[in-house]
Design a protein around this ligand. Structure first.
Ligand code: CA
Length: 414
C-alpha cells in the first residue's frame, strides 16, 4: 500500500490510487489538475517546473480550459503524468512536497469546470433491470422489445447542454399530452433524474472503419458520473416514433473529475452472461464490467439529504466494449471527448432504482423521504446528489459528487 506524506482521509474518493483529471480555476484561469484527498495538484504549475520531462511539448494541453488536448495525447501520456505525481506524493524529498504551497490547492478554494468539450453524446439503455421495469410499466406483457438482447439500444443525445456538477437546472416547460389528444404547454410536472455512468472517448476512430470489439477498450480514456435529467410527461407525448427530444435535451450533469481507465482496473468484475449469444461482432471474452457502488440522494430544500437509491454498476448487460463495437459498426467515427453513457443503472429492488419513474412506478407510489415529505417526481429546490466509488481492500477510487438543484421554471417570453 502506497503511503503519501499528504494527509488523505481513509474514506476519500481521491486516494493515491485514483488521481483523476479535472479542470479547475482559482484566481487564475481554468487549467488542468489532478485530485488527491482534499487537494488539487496544479498540473500547469507542475509542468512549468519541468516535472514531466518526457513530454516537453505538452505544456499547452495543461493550460487549456478543457481536457480534450490532454486526452488526445494518449493514455500513455496520462498514465505517465499520474505516475509522476503518484511517486512524488509518496516521496518526502520530492519537488511536489518542497513546493506544496505552490502546487497543491485546497479543493474548497477552487471552482470546478466542465472538463470536456463534448462533441457527441450517446445514451445507451444497457441495464436490463432498468429496461425491463420501465418496459413493464408501459407494456406489462412485453417489457423488452425483441431487439434488446441482440444489440445495445441507444439514441444520439444533445452535447451542448451537458453541464458540470453544481450547475442548477431550471424546470423545463414543454408540450404534454392531455386525455383529449391535444397538447398543453406548461412546466413539467414529472421532472426526474437518471443515474448513469459515462465513458469518455480517448482517441479518434476513422469514419468508415468499425472499431472491433477486441480494440474497443483502447478508445476509452475514463469515466464520469452522469445524470440524464428527464421530463417524463413531455417525453411521453413527444417520443413516438423517433425517441426522446426536448424531454432530455435541456440538461445532463457530469461529475467534474474523470476517473482514468487505469484507475478503474482494480474493480473489474465478470459481466452477466448473455443469452442468446450476440452476433460475432459483439462477442468477446472475458466480458467485464466494473464493481462500482452508486447512490442517489435528494436534499429537499435546505434540510438534510435522503438516500433514495443504492445500486451497483456490475450488472450492466452490455459492456463498454460492446457499446463501442456497436456504435461504430456502420462506420460511425468516435472523437476524443465524446461521451457514451450507460443509460439508467438499476438493480432489482425498489431501493436500487436509478430514476424516480421506476422507484415510484411512474409517480403512483410516492417515495417517502420522511414524515410529511414524499416525492412522486422532483420538486423545485430539490437537490439531486449522485455518488459512486469502487472499494477493494484498502484501495478506494471514486468519482466524488455530482450535484444539481432544481430551480423554478423560467418564464417563457413569447
Ligand atoms: Ca438516459
Amino acid at each position: 500500500m502506497r503511503q503519501s506524506w499528504l494527509p488523505i482521509p481513509h474514506d476519500s474518493d481521491f486516494s493515491i490510487h485514483n488521481l483523476p483529471f479535472g479542470i479547475f480555476s482559482d484566481e487564475r484561469p481554468a487549467r488542468a489538475g489532478l485530485a488527491i484527498g482534499n487537494w488539487v495538484v496544479d498540473l500547469a504549475a507542475a509542468y512549468a517546473l519541468n516535472m514531466f520531462p518526457q513530454y516537453p511539448e505538452a505544456g499547452n494541453a495543461f493550460r487549456k480550459p478543457v481536457l480534450n488536448d490532454l486526452i488526445a495525447l494518449g493514455r500513455g501520456f496520462s498514465e505517465y503524468v499520474r505516475k509522476i505525481i503518484q511517486t512524488a506524493l509518496c516521496d518526502e524529498q520530492s519537488d511536489l512536497k518542497q513546493l506544496a504551497d505552490h502546487l497543491l490547492i485546497p479543493q474548497k478554494k477552487v471552482q470546478m469546470h466542465m472538463p470536456l468539450k463534448v462533441g457527441n453524446y450517446t445514451d445507451f439503455y444497457s441495464s436490463e433491470e432498468h429496461a425491463f421495469s420501465v418496459g413493464k410499466l408501459f407494456r406489462p406483457d412485453n417489457p423488452l422489445f425483441p431487439n434488446w438482447k441482440h444489440l445495445p439500444v441507444a439514441y444520439h443525445g444533445r452535447a451542448s447542454s451537458i453541464v458540470v456538477s453544481g450547475t442548477p437546472v431550471p424546470r423545463p416547460r414543454g408540450q404534454t399530452g392531455q386525455a383529449n389528444g391535444t397538447p398543453s404547454f406548461k412546466p413539467t410536472n414529472a421532472l426526474d433524474y437518471e443515474l448513469e455512468l459515462a465513458f469518455v472517448v480517448g482517441k479518434e476512430s476513422v469514419i468508415g472503419q468499425p472499431v472491433s470489439i477486441e480494440e474497443a477498450e483502447d478508445y476509452i480514456f475514463g469515466m464520469l458520473l452522469f445524470n440524464d435529467w428527464s421530463a417524463r410527461d413531455i417525453q411521453r407525448w413527444e417520443y413516438q416514433p423517433l425517441g426522446p427530444f426536448t424531454s432530455k435535451n435541456f440538461a445532463s450533469g457530469v461529475s467534474p473529475w474523470i476517473v482514468t481507465w487505469e484507475a478503474l482496473q482494480h474493480f473489474r468484475i465478470p459481466a452477466p452472461a448473455q443469452q442468446p449469444e450476440p452476433l460475432p461482432y459483439l462477442a468477446h471474452y472475458p466480458r467485464q464490467n466494473f464493481d462500482l457502488s452508486l447512490s442517489v440522494s435528494i436534499n429537499p430544500g435546505s434540510s438534510e439529504e435522503f438516500l433514495v437509491c443504492q445500486t451497483n454498476a456490475s450488472g450492466i448487460y452490455w459492456t463498454a466494449a460492446q457499446q463501442i463495437a456497436h456504435h461504430t459498426v456502420t462506420g460511425c467515427n468516435l472523437q476524443t471527448g465524446d461521451l457514451l453513457a450507460t443509460g439508467t443503472i438499476s438493480g432489482s429492488g425498489i431501493s436500487q432504482k436509478g430514476c424516480l419513474l421506476e422507484a415510484t412506478l411512474n409517480g403512483t407510489q410516492p417515495l417517502k423521504l420522511r414524515d410529511g415529505i414524499d416525492r412522486r417526481f422532483l420538486e423545485d429546490h430539490d437537490e439531486v446528489i449522485m455518488r459512486g466509488f469502487g472499494q477493494k481492500g484498502d484501495v478506494r477510487v471514486g468519482f466524488g459528487e455530482l450535484r444539481g438543484k432544481v430551480l423554478p421554471a423560467i418564464r417563457y417570453s413569447s
